[in-house]
Design a protein around this ligand. Structure first.
Ligand code: ZN
Length: 311
């Protein structure tokens, strides 16, 4: 049922796409795999781009149910921006194939892998670990959660938009400079808010936060998941509780899209708390764009740290 609907959509979509190209759109149609990349593209592209982010902020970006409308969007796109490092391996490849859009396939001019110019943490040494269920075989793909990487992504987007639309080179450069300035001012504020908690140990559910925690000086000492993408197991949970008690760790950071049952149980055992942060733009109502995502996460985390440490 669903497959045949998708196939029907592709035919309808290709007709629309063909007519659009003939008409010649003034704006670049950009599809990004996440809302974070969409927000950064809007920052740089302004009114010269039309942007759609596929995975929503309340969804686990590793596991997205592609909607038929995504094929329409990808088939019409002039530019596709991906997180890469195989974050989207479970759902993007069929969309790319079904879009039949040569412009945005990997390696084409309309394809941008945002992971190529950023700082990547947790790159596995030696053998790849995907066979053991690890969904981060090429390093940690949640790298957008460091504002320095957000700045690098915005730079890459500026270069790509300029390449595709050279007439608006100055416009994109001015938009990037404006974003860079606002981000730098906000970073000073966030650093001040997090400064009292430098070195505090926390636990996170998934390995979504290494870039974020490193940037703001916190120390992740354990994970609710035994491995990225592997659900909590009783043995691992007991070990984690023992480790947290030994190190007096009180805070568990979790993503909005996981089941809170195990983290809550662990928090009760250690006399601590669970704090839910937004891993992506749209992951909380206040996280309306890239800068607001950090505003929300830093404010929420600092309040939880203040309560648990008394600092
Ligand atoms: Zn992950």
């Amino acid at each position: 049922m669903r497959m045949s609907f998708i196939r029907f959509s592709v035919i309808a979509v290709l007709a629309v796409a063909a007519s659009t190209r003939v008409a010649g759109a003034a704006t670049l149609k950009v599809v990004t795999t996440t809302e974070d990349l969409a927000s950064l593209t809007r920052e740089v592209g302004g009114d010269k781009v039309e942007v759609l982010g596929l995975a929503k902020g309340k969804q686990d970006p590793h596991n997205v149910e592609p909607l038929p409308s995504y094929i329409l969007a990808v088939s019409r796109a002039n530019l596709l921006i991906v997180v890469g490092r195989e974050l989207e391996i479970g759902w993007l490849p069929p969309l790319l194939t079904q879009s039949r859009n040569a412009t945005i396939q990997a390696g084409a001019a309309g394809y941008l892998d945002a992971s190529l110019t950023v700082k990547i943490l947790e790159i596995p040494q030696g053998q790849l670990t995907r066979a053991m269920g690890d969904v981060h075989p090429f390093g940690n793909p949640h790298y957008w959660l460091d504002p320095a990487n957000g700045r690098r992504i915005a730079q890459a987007i500026q270069a790509k938009l300029t390449q595709l639309d050279p007439a608006n080179k100055a416009y994109f450069a001015q938009r990037y400079a404006d974003f860079d300035g606002r981000l730098a001012a906000a970073e000073k504020r966030w650093d001040a808010m997090m400064a009292p908690y430098k070195g505090t140990k926390v636990v996170t559910y998934h390995r979504s936060w290494p870039n974020f925690m490193e940037r703001f000086g916190l120390n992740v000492m354990g994970y609710v998941e035994p491995k990225p993408g592997i659900p909590p197991s009783p043995t691992h949970t007991l070990e984690l509780i023992a480790d947290m008690k030994r190190d007096n760790v009180k805070l568990i950071v979790m993503e909005s899209y996981f089941d809170a049952k195990t983290p809550q149980k662990i928090a009760t055992e250690v006399g601590g708390k669970v704090v839910v942060l937004a891993p992506s733009v749209g992951g909380a109502p206040a996280a309306t764009d890239y800068i607001q995502l950090f505003e929300y996460n830093v404010t929420t985390l600092a309040a939880a740290l203040k309560a648990s440490t008394g600092k």
